[in-house]
Design a protein around this ligand. Structure first.
Ligand code: FES
Length: 192
């Protein structure tokens, strides 16, 4: 006959070893697996969010192309320069604004015009009904004539596109985009 006690003890010991090894196994393996899963899930979740990934792609693939037009339009330049002369003839710091005596022949008045605003606007500020249409230098509705010589000896145009060199030489100016740079006499409503 076999003594049942040693058999029972052996069985208990075997079960104990199995249980301990099982517990140790489940204690290690899931930790490693979960880490890998988390990394994978994060990697997979990036394209799904659609937010950081497309932005990074845009910068990486077209960063140079994106930066050039931004600089070309002067957006950053204007901010950094604080509105320096490079942005336009009217971008003059307040403490550097100058005034010139300008005679409006047809109105019969001489007024002081600042060099940081177009002639047209400053004439309108006087209450005069001066001609205009586009206000962007792209027609000749606002044209006037400075009889004393080439208009650009007396004004600086901000991107006028209508007057040719001969017309400028004859004293014509587009008052909507013309900033005074000296004193002069102007006849408004005079187109070439
Ligand atoms: S209003 Fe058109 S050019 Fe001045």
């Amino acid at each position: 006959m076999l003594d049942p006690l040693p058999i029972a003890l052996a069985a208990i010991a075997t079960l104990t070893v199995v249980l301990v090894s099982t517990v140790k196994g489940t204690g290690w393996e899931p930790t490693e697996d979960i880490s890998d899963e988390i990394v994978e899930r994060r990697a997979n979740s990036l394209p799904e969010t659609g937010f950081p990934e497309p932005g990074n792609r845009a910068i990486g693939a077209g960063g140079g192309g994106g930066a050039i037009p931004a600089g070309g339009e002067g957006g950053e330049g204007e901010l950094e320069e604080g509105g320096s002369a490079s942005s336009g003839p009217g971008d003059i710091p307040e403490d550097e604004v100058e005034y010139f005596e300008v005679e409006f022949a047809k109105q019969g008045e001489t007024v002081e015009l600042a060099n940081d605003e177009p002639i047209l606007e400053q004439g309108e500020d006087q209450g005069w009904d001066l001609p205009y249409a586009c206000r962007q230098g792209q027609c000749v509705s606002c044209a006037g004539r400075i009889a004393d010589g080439p208009s650009e000896d007396f004004v600086e145009h901000d991107n006028q596109q209508m007057l040719d060199e001969n017309e400028l030489e004859d004293g014509y100016t587009l008052t909507c985009v013309a900033y005074p740079r000296d004193s002069f006499t102007i006849e408004t409503g005079e187109a070439p």
